[in-house]
Design a protein around this ligand. Structure first.
Ligand code: PMP
Length: 388
């Protein structure tokens, strides 16, 4: 038995969702949306099950979907990708696993940034790499350049960069993108860019990939997820994009992980990416409106929500809100006493966690957000219950 997995806790998302179910709590923890749903894409998947092949599609993905992903990035991010530079995977998680397994050699050092998505560290270690975890400034998400330079050594080979950032909902500062690009070129590093939140950028902003920065086209693996673009998180269809020499190696790691991804979902997402730009924009605007409802409601309760520029998430700063409890104690208290589940941001650190931030998912129906705010308001009104 591998001690890495034997000793590993169940993910915080699964644990909090299970507690929310047991308590009958409103689940603003795990990041899945109540809606909107793109009925045409769902109907296309159902149609493809009936009318198209249900046998193994090509390992790198249906050419139609690979082309649709490449064209979508051309339209939205100004990237000129060839369909051969796109490998379809079973979710971004598989793309991360395949990239790390393909590119890490035993003993290679990999730079990660905390707060970090929980899959990164175990995947790096399982692939034989040594993780060096750098802290981002809170709450801005800015990179500490001195710490970055101090962490780079002769064995540093890769970095994993999540932008927009889960859990903070921040977007990379253009100066940080330029800094990373410069350092990747100078130290011959490959950047694995987890950009699953790229379509959920608010307030008129447009996502810019590190891959678009000077010198990065040949040394970036860009990872995306249809689960996020269409709000279909259970479909687990993602991809990794890279220049041909990298893409060939990534495809080899992918062939022995899942080999392929259900063909009906690939057909449907190819249609969706080609035809549903308007739906994707409307969904983004609806999520932005939900963000404003939740952030405004939390502020009205006397809590201090951080600005959220992207993702499904807004975090509350407990210390700034006058709450003495740490994030885990606060999350336990609001599940038990308010019937609302959230995620402690300390779960996104490998060591020395920040313990003053709690992440709430706002991608819910208006009535659900209102009910959660009402429950939190009642619990906060009881002296001493949540506020110290
Ligand atoms: N990376 C980040 C930063 C995420 O937030 C998520 C999903 N919450 C994933 C990867 C996983 O994406 P998928 O469901 O497509 O595997």
């Amino acid at each position: 038995m591998n001690p890495l997995f034997r000793d590993m806790p169940t993910t915080i998302f699964e644990a909090m969702s299970a507690r929310a179910r047991a308590r009958g709590a409103i689940n603003l923890g795990q990041g899945f949306p109540d809606g909107p749903r793109c009925d045409r894409v769902i109907a296309a998947a159902a149609r493809a099950l009936e009318e198209r092949s249900n046998q193994y599609p090509p390992a790198t993905g249906l050419p139609e979907l690979r082309g649709a992903v490449a064209r979508w990035y051309g339209r939205h991010q100004g990237l000129a990708l060839d369909p051969d530079e796109v490998v379809i995977t079973s979710g971004a998680t598989e793309a991360l696993a395949a990239s790390l397994l393909a590119l890490i050699r035993p003993g290679d050092e990999v730079l990660l940034f905390a707060p970090l998505y929980d899959a990164y560290l175990p995947l790096v270690e399982r692939a034989g790499g040594t993780a060096k975890v750098l802290r981002l400034a809170l709450p801005s998400g800015r990179i500490d350049r001195e710490a970055f330079d101090a962490a780079i050594g002769p064995a540093t080979r890769l970095l994993v960069f999540n932008d927009p950032l889960n859990p903070l909902g921040t977007r990379a500062h253009p100066d940080d993108l330029a800094f990373l690009a410069e350092r990747c070129a100078a130290h011959d590093l490959v950047a694995i860019c987890d950009e699953v939140w790229e379509a959920l950028v608010y307030d008129g902003g447009a996502h810019r990939s590190l891959m678009a920065c000077p010198g990065m086209r040949e040394r970036t693996v860009k990872i995306g997820s249809a689960g996020k673009i269409f709000g279909l998180t259970g479909w687990k269809v993602g991809w990794m994009c890279a220049a041909p020499p990298l893409a060939r190696v990534l495809a080899k790691a992918h062939q022995f992980l899942t080999f392929t991804t259900p063909p009906n979902l690939q057909w449907a997402l190819a249609e969706g990416l080609e035809n549903e730009d308007a739906w994707i924009a409307t969904a983004r605007d609806q999520h932005q409106a939900s963000r404003d409802v939740l952030s405004g409601g939390l502020a009205a309760l006397g809590l201090v929500p951080l600005p959220s520029a992207a993702t499904y998430f807004v975090s509350v700063d407990l210390a700034a809100s006058g709450i003495a409890a740490d994030d885990t104690a606060f999350c336990e208290a609001i599940i038990d006493r308010a019937g609302v589940a959230a995620i402690p941001v300390s779960a996104f650190f490998a060591s020395e966690p920040a313990t003053h931030l709690v992440r709430f998912c706002f991608a819910k129906e208006r009535a659900t957000l209102d009910a959660a705010l009402a429950r939190l308001g009642e619990a906060l009104a009881v002296p001493g219950l949540l506020r110290g």
